[in-house]
Design a protein around this ligand. Structure first.
Ligand code: PLP
Length: 371
């Protein structure tokens, strides 16, 4: 199989066996007070330190959650402190951000969606038209999971702060974490969501960065784990895998190679009269609209040939609608003819050349059959 759906998930990296072994043999509850349990607690704290260092955060600013979906839910549910104010959210949020915003709307919060530019980036004129003195929360995704377009969060945050310094600013960093060189302090956000399984960690573990000094109430209450902010006995294997994967990903993510693979695929596909969605500078994600085909059928044909690709986000693939592609101007027919190819650290040029050949053949076959 040539796996080109790395934005949906990635294969677990490193010594997962060792981690599972630790979780099985050192199964003690990290909150217990005997020595064996304290050793587990220390391992968790080392993992927190690793993630914090890679993000440029303090270890006390990292709160482990069950996934980035939970991190996003938490950010919206508790980061919006004044439910009488308004919130401004980019139109390119992942389903977990969008649905969190809609949940707030159903509770009576004034939710304003900021439009996108044709390249998938946030339309800053529209964003700042919508922000006013009653805005209490803004969320702008860092890297789009649909188009790979990167928003300039540092610059957006600076501008928001100059308009209204009290606004709580969140960004979904799931597709950006470790793929770009940045430091959370430079971004300037208050809240930032990340997920392990997008960078080679196990599924079911994420984190929310909460800037020191910002007090947000817990979403999940109980035994007071995670400094009292997120209760529930810790997912030891998940957390250890997150830290190990993050370290491995940082060392092995070859950005130049990712760009080279993407460029090669684009150059080979362009003669087939396809349209590339998103920004020229997008890197690990390639969204392509292929006129005259149904992407779902193409996906099946490719899978039969051993090439796995996505159709927009894995979460939105259950519904034919694609909110984000629609927001950048694609019509329904174009959306149904759009695929998402996403590159990862396990891919190499040999795979990309082979996958591109198969892709071109299948597109031509499908177009022939649909004529
Ligand atoms: N945010 C973005 C941008 C994503 O791509 C995803 C996963 O597809 C998520 C959030 C949700 O992450 P998780 O699977 O950890 O809940």
């Amino acid at each position: 199989m040539i796996f080109l759906d790395n934005a949906s998930t990635t294969s677990p990296c490193g010594d997962i066996g060792k981690i599972l072994d630790i979780a099985c043999r050192s199964y003690y509850n990290p909150s217990a007070l005997y020595g064996e349990a304290l050793k587990v607690k220390n391992m968790l704290e080392d993992a927190r330190k690793e993630i914090a260092n890679l993000l440029g955060a303090d270890k006390s600013e990292i709160y482990f959650t069950s996934c980035a979906t939970e991190s996003n839910n938490w950010a919206y549910e508790k980061g919006i402190k004044n439910k009488k104010g308004n919130i401004v959210v980019s139109a390119s949020e992942h389903a977990s951000g969008y649905e969190s915003a809609m949940a707030q709307k159903s509770k009576g919060v004034d939710v304003r969606f900021a439009a996108l530019n044709k390249d998938g980036s946030i339309d800053e004129d529209d964003l700042f038209d919508k922000i006013d003195e009653n805005t209490c929360f803004v969320s702008v995704i860092h890297c789009s999971n649909e188009t790979g377009t990167l928003n300039d969060i540092a610059s957006i945050v600076k501008k928001i702060r100059s308009v209204n310094p009290k606004i709580v600013i969140h960004s979904d960093g799931v597709q950006a974490f470790l793929k770009y060189d940045y430091n959370i302090k430079e971004l300037g956000v208050d809240l930032y969501s990340i997920s392990a399984h997008k960078i080679g960690g196990l599924k079911g573990i994420g984190a929310l960065f909460i800037k020191k000094g910002l007090n947000i109430a817990p979403l999940i209450v109980g035994g007071g784990q995670e400094f009292g902010a997120r209760s529930g006995t810790e997912n030891v294997a998940g957390i250890l895998s997150f830290a190990q994967a993050a370290k491995h990903f940082k060392q092995n993510y070859d950005r130049d190679m990712i760009i080279k693979m993407r460029k090669y695929m684009i150059s080979e596909l362009m003669p087939l009269n396809v349209k590339i969605n998103g920004n020229q500078k997008a890197e690990s994600i390639l969204s392509v609209t292929i006129p005259g085909i149904k992407a779902e059928i193409l996906q099946h044909m490719l899978s039969d040939k051993g090439v796995l690709i996505g159709l927009g986000s894995a979460c939105s693939s259950r519904s034919r609608n694609n909110r984000v592609l629609s927001a950048i101007g694609l019509d329904q027919k174009e959306i149904e003819g759009s695929i998402r190819i996403s590159f990862g650290i396990e891919n190499d040029m040999k795979q990309i050349i082979a996958a591109t050949d198969i892709l071109k053949t299948e597109i031509n076959d499908l177009r022939g059959n649909m004529r």
